[in-house]
Design a protein around this ligand. Sequence first.
Ligand SMILES: Cc1ncc(COP(=O)(O)O)c(C=O)c1O
Length: 399
Amino acid sequence: MQIRQTSQGFNFDKYPTFKQNIDPKQRAWIEVKGKAIEANVRQLRTKLRKNCQFMAVVKADGYGHDAKLVSDYAIKGGASILGVATLNEGIKLRSFGVEKPILILGNLYTKRDLIISFNNHLMPTISSIRECLICNNIGKQFGLKFSLHLKVDTGMSRLGFESNKFVQQFEKIKSFENVSIEGIYSHLSSADEDNSLDPKSSTQLQRHKFQKLLKQINVHRNHNIKIHLANSAGMLLNKDFHFNMVRVGLSMYGYSPLAKIDKNLSLKPALFLKVKVAFIRNIDQGVSVSYGGKFVSSRKTKLAVLSIGYADGVPRNLSGKIKVIHNNKLYPQVGSITMDQMMVDITGSNEIKIGSTMVLLGSDGDKTISPLEWAKKSNTIPWEILCSFKNRLPRVQVD
Ligand SMILES: Cc1ncc(COP(=O)(O)O)c(C=O)c1O
């Protein structure tokens, strides 16, 4: 009998290598319901001020859902523009054939990057005269206008023109012949906080500051310029935040950032995190499980070893705090979550076998586990949970 592979390695000359298509559901994966995204966008749009456009924020690979898939369904739902964070994210969408306008929400500051942005029909966010001049020169070089959005800082202290210099700088930019100001925007820092409707809240102060600036530069009569301030929370607060465009991420994916949930809104989560049971073992009472022996069995225990760990994006600090669903029943995760695996106590279950599928996030029967729940237990925010899932988890569309 021939041995193809030994501890010396594989003999490539003797045996041809071959690739096989691995089942994306072989280990752990993310299922994405494109139609949920479409329905969410459609529903959210019914809440918008008349003629207000919907920007689908698809940065960070569509909040971990797959940016191309999310973009396609968001556009079906009526999104008229997409928001990405980086040049690469924008180029990727263009390479997939996405034709809608795309705004880069992050900052491009070199001529090289801005030329690439221009050549790929990606609109940059401009926060300074310096960047705007580069864009004007690029436009001149190509004999065209460079479309862009100006950002003004109203209280986030991140990107954006300083608000007290904006009016003067806007006048200057208006004289640049080779740029086309397609939008003016700002970003809310705390719209998801409970006091956001309080007139003295930072959210309301930001809105007032933004409105005042818009009045001073007299753009409200120019309907071609998109004016936008609201993220999901701002959009859901009330129509005062809508202007003529909103930039929506989290709620499009099916989660409300607000503690008080609008009863007329039924957002559908689009993401399901699923995993296969790779191994089953029975342990006695008093046996420690996983690194550090943080969990010791208090009785004879049946464990399922799941093929997913923190290298897939499940936060390690959720160890021992989460549950997993199988066939409408919840099972507690026990012991430290390891890089590639985690253990679940399935004592008493005869239906879970090696190869069974368990649900970490999403619904099964009437049980649901949400990233909002994970975020709370992990002392973070749902945005971070969603964006942390790694490429090792195949994204599978399941409509
Ligand atoms: C500039 C900007 N606009 C809009 C959004 C969307 O925010 P949300 O996911 O809360 O809707 C983000 C997300 O972080 C952002 O950075």
